[in-house]
Design a protein around this ligand. Sequence first.
Ligand SMILES: [Zn+2]
Length: 386
Amino acid sequence: MDRRTFLHWAKLAGVAIGLPGFDALGATDITKQNPTAGSRSATAAKTATPETLLLKDYRPESIYKIPVTKIAKAKFPVIDMHSHPYAKTAQQIDEWIGNMNDVGVEKTIILTMETGAEFDEIQRKYSKYPERFEMWCGFDFAGYDKPGFGPAAVKELERCHQAGARGVGEIHDKGKGLRSGKSNAVGMHPDDPRMDVLFEKCGELGMPISLHVADPIWMYQKMDRHNDGLMNAYEWRLDNQPDIVGLSGMIDIFEHTLARHRSTTFIACHFANLDYDLARLGEVLERNPNLYADISARYAETAPIPRFAAQFYAKHAERLVYGTDMGFDKPMYQTTFRILESLDEHFYEVDQFSYHWSLNGFGLSDAILKSVYHDNATALLAGRRA
Ligand SMILES: [Zn+2]
């Protein structure tokens, strides 16, 4: 889950940003200190003059009279490898299934991040559609800082597996240490020897792990006029946290982890946050055959560089899997299809991404679309690697 996911989740769950529940997600937000800041700034944005308008409130509309592609349904069946238990009621779950049918999503992987009773509850809620939803569990990091950590966490992993968990995720490490939902392991990174038993057990049980390392690069950079992602970097800034491992260091940690556990399959969430440096991600994929990358929640970050991004998709088509991470409404899915399938240029999706740079479609070939939408996920889920 990241910022965008959170905003969608908050909308669905009717949660006001700034309430204590926000903390559980481990996010840092300027509105947290001042819960009324959000609503005040919304009003200010609407009445802003060019002298007072903030970049984050900018809402440009494209002037170009150029083709606009409407894609109601994906060109090929889709497996969504990165979603969360957004639907809270049976009615919402039915609605989600309806949307999946309409847009062409065959199956959705729900990264619950939970263990124990919380996992069981989500598993029970979604059990009406075993062919359409697959539940992945979290890790229980309780006692990670005490001698003897391991056996209890492995036992809970085995129990969740028994209860229906088919993989693990989403596990985060944004530089401070591992987190699985509300379970934290401050200072313990994925390559820590204490994690060996868990990752090895995942390999043994055939459970892939969806791992979110670092965060977008501009959150680590100086918050000044040169910051290319300033419109949302400031709200989610990490540059003011000197003790965390930086993005590059987290990629190194990830690679050590992949090398330590070659018989375990990992999925790097959000292009491993290397959407700004896809060449490096390509090298990481080439060095590590047990790694896939999901493309979730980085559409707005890759759509500004459509030609380079399309080349990357072509080169690594067998290692990329489709994901969303942004709720379950139909326009959300359709926006991702437009970016992957069309050759549309210079469009904005403000409702989806807030203000971001203008977007462009990649125009991916049928063969690449089939791989990314479906076939790679099928291979991964069947425990086979290309
Ligand atoms: Zn997520």
